[in-house]
Design a protein around this ligand. Structure first.
Ligand code: HEM
Length: 123
């Protein structure tokens, strides 16, 4: 049986595995690689903080995801298909690695933020 997400090390594994898939993905990879030209050594630790805060309420994330994605959308339009793929890859990664209450929380929060983001950005 798989373990639940228990600490920051697990969050790092989740985030690294997810973005490995994202970067190689045919549907959304170009948004990261070619449009945003993501600086990964800077982005990944921010994402560890973001998810650690969601799962363990550490209070250590201080970015604004809505602004980041609105800016991305201006550079290259985000579509429902992009969000669907993001969600599919995220859920697939959680399920592949973990099982339990925190894993379920990560799934739920990813889904609700993705829906909210999509409603705000695509109109
Ligand atoms: C179509 C779906 C999505 C795409 C293509 C996308 C892409 C991106 C890109 C390109 C960045 C900027 C990275 C950088 O330049 O450093 C970013 C930042 C970020 N994304 Fe997404 N994203 C998507 C959905 C989501 C969702 C659903 C969440 C949350 C559940 C999320 C959370 C974040 C966070 C927290 C940041 C960092 C913001 C900051 O640094 O202030 N993203 N995303």
């Amino acid at each position: 049986m798989k373990q639940d997400i228990a600490n920051r090390h697990d969050i790092e594994l989740l985030v690294n595995t997810f973005y490995d898939k994202v970067r190689r993905d045919e549907v959304i990879g170009y948004l990261f690689n070619e449009v945003a030209k993501v600086d990964w050594p800077r982005h990944l630790p921010r994402m560890y903080d973001f998810w650690e805060n969601i799962i363990f309420q550490t209070g250590n994330f201080s970015g604004n995801p809505m602004i980041a994605h609105a800016k991305l959308h201006q550079q290259s339009p985000l579509t429902a298909a992009h969000f669907a793929r993001w969600q599919q890859l995220f859920l697939q990664t959680v399920d592949e690695l973990f099982e339990g209450e925190k894993a379920e929380l990560a799934r739920q929060r990813a889904m609700s933020i993705a829906v909210m983001m999509q409603v705000k950005i695509i109109h």
